[in-house]
Design a protein around this ligand. Structure first.
Ligand SMILES: N[C@@H](CCC(=O)N[C@@H](CS)C(=O)NCC(=O)O)C(=O)O
Length: 238
C-alpha cells in the first residue's frame, strides 16, 4: 500500500489549508508533522528537504514537494480533480487563481495594522461580493450544472467551498446576494469526503486566534507592515 502523504507545516491553516482540503476531498488520508516553534522550523530547514527553505512541503510519492501551487496541481492531477482536457484545466486555473487572490487577502487580514483592520475588512468583503463571487454565481447560472467545470467535481469546486467558508467567517451573511452559491455550498458540503472534513476532529484547522498569530509571527519572523507588502492589490487602492 502506498505511504500516506506527509504534510510539513505549522499548526494552522496558512498556505497548507487548501492542500488539506484537496487531499481530504479526494479521500486521501494524510499525516502531518506540525511545528510550533522557530527552532523546530529551523531544524526542518537544516534537514535539507525544503527547496527554498520554505513550507508548505509535502512528502508524496518519494518526492519532497514544495511551492503551494505545484503541490496543489500535482494532487489535483493525480486524483482526477483537474479536468479532462487542457481547456478544462485552463478554466480550473482561472477559477482557482482568482480564489487564491481572495483567500490570500483573508489569510493576511489578521496581520492588518489595528488602525487599518476595519478598512481592510470592508475592502475584502467588497472584493468578495462585487468581483469574485459574481463570477462563480454567473458560471453556475450560465451552464446550469452542479459543478464549476466539466460537470464533475474539480479542484475549483473544492477551493470555492473553502473560500466561501472563509468569507463567511468574516461576515456570516456574505452569500446573501448569491442564491446559486448558497445551493452550491450546501451541495458540495454534502459530498461524503468533504462532509467528513467539515466535522469536528478532522484535520481541518480553525482560524488563527490572537495567540496562535503571535506564534506564527515568531516562527516566520513576520515584520511590521507585512500585510501591505504582500497585498499588492490593497497597496494599489491607497
Ligand atoms: N511561494 C511559496 C511561498 C512559501 C512561503 O512563503 N512560506 C512561508 C510560510 S507560509 C515560509 O516558509 N516562510 C519562511 C521564509 O520565507 O523564510 C509557496 O507558495 O509555497
Amino acid at each position: 500500500m502506498a505511504e500516506k502523504p506527509k504534510l510539513h507545516y505549522f499548526n494552522g491553516r496558512g498556505r497548507m489549508e487548501t492542500i488539506r482540503w484537496l487531499l481530504a476531498a479526494a479521500g486521501v488520508e494524510f499525516e502531518e508533522e506540525l511545528f510550533e516553534t522557530r527552532e523546530e522550523f529551523e531544524k526542518l530547514i537544516q534537514g535539507g528537504t525544503l527547496m527554498y527553505e520554505q513550507v508548505p512541503m509535502v512528502e508524496i510519492d518519494g518526492m519532497n514537494l514544495v511551492e503551494t501551487r505545484a503541490i496543489l496541481r500535482y494532487i489535483a492531477a493525480k486524483y482526477d480533480l483537474y479536468g479532462r482536457n487542457l481547456k478544462e484545466q485552463a478554466w480550473i486555473d482561472m477559477y482557482v487563481e482568482g480564489l487564491k487572490d481572495l483567500s490570500d487577502m483573508i489569510m493576511y487580514f489578521p496581520l492588518s495594522l489595528p488602525e487599518e483592520k476595519e478598512m481592510n475588512l470592508a475592502y475584502i468583503l467588497e472584493r468578495a461580493t462585487t468581483r469574485f463571487f459574481p463570477v462563480y454565481e454567473k458560471a453556475l447560472r450560465d451552464h446550469g450544472q452542479n459543478f464549476l467545470v466539466g460537470n464533475q467535481l474539480s479542484w475549483a469546486d473544492i477551493q470555492l467551498l473553502e473560500v466561501i467558508l472563509m468569507a463567511e467567517e468574516c461576515k456570516p451573511s456574505v452569500l446573501s446576494g448569491f442564491p446559486l452559491l448558497q445551493e452550491f455550498k450546501a451541495r458540495i458540503s454534502h459530498i461524503p469526503t468533504i462532509n467528513k472534513f467539515l466535522q469536528p476532529g478532522s484535520q481541518r484547522k480553525p482560524p488563527l486566534d490572537e495567540e496562535s498569530m503571535e506564534t506564527v509571527k515568531n516562527i516566520f519572523k513576520f515584520e511590521h507592515g507585512m500585510f501591505l507588502k504582500n497585498m499588492g492589490t490593497i497597496v494599489a487602492e491607497y
